[in-house]
Design a binder for this molecule. Structure first.
Ligand code: ADP
Length: 421
C-alpha cells in the first residue's frame, strides 16, 4: 500500500466512524428524551391521582384544573388545601410505586404566600430509615395557600438505567472505534518500519558495496605487471585497500553489534574497567578520521574515580560510536571528551561543534534505524543503529544517556555510568 492509499483509507475510515458515532449520539439523545417524557408523564399521572385522593379525603369538592407544574426535575402541585405530611408521603409513595417511578424522592410543603418551604422530607422506600418515620403526628397545614412539591434526585440515573440496549450498542460501537484506531496505528507503524528497513537495506548495500569495489579495483592495479617497479604507487594502493578494509570492518561490526542485541537479553561479561584507558584506546583510529577532516579530538579526563564494573567490548563500542558520530556529523570537528565523577556516577560528555539536532529528532535518535535527514550533508553514511545500540548497552549497565543540542550549534551527549551496579 502506498502512502496516498493509506491516507485515503484513514480519511474514509475516520469519516465513517464520525458518521456512525454521530448517528448513535443522535439516537441515544432521542431515546433519552423519550424516556424523560415517559417519566414526566408518569409523575403527572401519579401527582394528579394524589391530588384527587387528598381532595376526596378532605371532602373538598373543588375541581382543580391542571394542578401539576414542572420545572426541570421539580414538580409542584397547586392545591390550596389541607395537607398532612405523613399522609402526603404515604400517598406519594403509593402512587409512585403503582406508576413504576423512582423509589427515592424528596418532597416539600410550601406556603404560597411567603413562597417558603414549611415542611420537607426525603423518602427512600428501599431504606427502613426514611425521614417521615419521625413523630410528626398532629402537624398539618390546613389553612389555604399550601401546595406541595416533589423532586427526584435520581431521575437521570433511572432514565439511563432504562436504556440498557442503548448502553450495550454504544459500548459495542466504542469497541469498534477503538479497534479501528488500533488497526490504523498498527498499519502506520508497520508502514514506517518497512520504509525504515528498505532504507537500511539500501544504505547497507551501498556501504558494503563501495569498499568492496574499491578494494577490487585497487587489487587489480596491484596485479598489473611492473607495479613492483613503482613502489610509491604500490604503497598507495595497498594503503587504499587497508583503509577500505578498515571501513568494511567497522560497518560489519556495527551490524554485528545489533545482531547481538537481537538475540534477546544482553549478556555482559563484567570486569573492573579503567574507563580513561578505554576512552584513550577508542580514540586511536578516530583521531586519524578527525585529522582527515582538519579537526581534532581533545580529552579532558578530569574524573578522580574512573574504575567501574562493566563489559569492556560493549563499553568500548559505546564510546567509539559516540566519538565516531561527533566526528561524522561535524564539518570540521572540534570534539571534546570530558569526564568527571560524582558521588554515584562516572560521567562522560562528548561535545562537538557539528550539525546539531532539532528538538523532534533529539527524542527519536535512539530509536532503531532512525536517521536524521541532513539535507545536503546526507552523504554521511550510517545505518541508524549506533545510538540504539548505545542506549541498550547503557540500559544493561544501569546507565543513562542524554543529549543537549541545537540545530546548527553542535551537540553534547552525556553518559552516566553508576559505580555500584
Ligand atoms: P548513524 O550514525 O549510523 O546514522 P546513529 O544511531 O549513530 O546512526 O545516529 C542516529 C542519527 O542521529 C544520525 O543519523 C544523526 O543524524 C544523528 N546524530 C547522532 N549523533 C549526532 C551528533 N553528534 N551530531 C548531530 N547529529 C547526530
Amino acid at each position: 500500500m502506498d502512502r496516498s492509499t493509506i491516507r485515503i483509507v484513514i480519511i474514509l475510515g475516520l469519516i465513517s466512524i464520525i458518521g456512525i458515532v454521530s448517528i448513535q449520539l443522535i439516537w441515544v439523545k432521542k431515546s433519552f428524551d423519550n424516556q424523560d417524557q415517559v417519566f414526566n408523564d408518569r409523575v403527572h399521572i401519579a401527582l394528579n391521582s394524589v391530588t384527587e385522593k387528598i381532595l376526596t379525603l378532605n371532602k373538598d369538592s373543588a375541581d382543580i384544573y391542571n394542578p401539576v407544574m414542572q420545572r426541570g426535575n421539580h414538580f409542584r402541585v397547586q392545591m390550596n388545601d389541607t395537607l398532612h405530611p405523613v399522609l402526603l408521603a404515604r400517598l406519594l409513595t403509593e402512587e409512585f410505586t403503582r406508576n413504576n417511578l423512582s423509589r427515592n424522592f424528596e418532597y416539600g410543603i410550601y406556603d404560597c404566600f411567603t413562597d417558603s418551604i414549611v415542611y420537607g422530607g426525603i423518602v427512600d422506600i428501599d431504606s427502613t430509615t426514611d425521614s417521615i418515620s419521625r413523630d410528626i403526628t398532629g402537624i398539618k397545614w390546613d389553612q389555604d395557600g399550601h401546595s406541595f412539591g416533589v423532586y427526584f434526585p435520581d431521575k437521570d440515573i433511572e432514565i439511563i438505567s432504562g436504556m440498557k440496549q442503548w448502553i450495550f450498542t454504544s459500548l459495542t460501537l466504542l469497541l469498534v472505534v477503538l479497534f479501528f484506531v488500533y488497526s490504523m496505528f498498527v498499519i502506520l507503524k508497520q508502514k514506517r518500519l518497512s520504509e525504515v528497513k528498505t532504507d537500511f537495506i539500501n544504505n547497507m548495500t551501498h556501504e558494503l558495496k563501495t569498499p568492496i569495489s574499491t578494494i577490487s579495483l585497487s587489487s587489480e592495479v596491484l596485479m598489473q605487471e611492473g607495479i613492483a617497479q613503482e613502489p610509491e604507487r604500490l604503497k598507495q594502493y595497498a594503503g587504499i585497500i587497508k583503509n577500505e578494509n578498515d571501513r568494511l570492518k567497522r560497518q560489519v561490526d556495527k551490524v554485528l553489534q545489533i545482531a547481538t542485541l537481537e538475540n534477546g537479553e544482553i549478556s555482559l561479561r563484567k570486569e573492573n574497567l579503567d574507563m580513561h584507558g578505554i576512552i584513550r584506546s577508542a580514540l586511536g583510529t578516530l583521531q586519524v578520521m578527525a585529522a582527515e577532516k582538519e579537526g581534532s579530538v581533545e580529552l579532558e579526563l578530569a574524573a578522580d574515580r574512573f574504575e567501574i564494573q562493566g563489559d569492556q567490548v560493549h563499553l568500548t563500542n559505546v564510546i567509539y560510536n559516540l566519538l565516531d558520530n561527533a566526528i561524522k556529523y561535524s564539518e570540521r570537528p572540534e570534539v571534546k571528551v570530558i569526564t568527571e565523577s560524582t558521588a554515584k556516577h562516572f560521567v562522560i560528555c562528548f561535545k562537538d561543534n557539528g550539525l546539531g539536532l532539532a528538538r523532534e529528532d533529539r527524542d527519536r535518535i535512539f530509536d532503531k534505524f532512525y536517521r536524521v535527514s541532513h539535507g545536503n550533508v546526507h552523504d554521511v553514511k550510517g545505518f541508524g543503529l549506533g545510538l540504539f545500540y548505545v542506549k541498550r548497552i547503557l540500559d544493561a549497565h544501569r546507565g543513562r544517556i542524554s543529549v543537549t543540542s541545537e540545530l546548527g550549534n553542535g551537540s553534547m551527549f552525556k553518559v552516566e555510568l553508576p559505580f555500584n551496579q
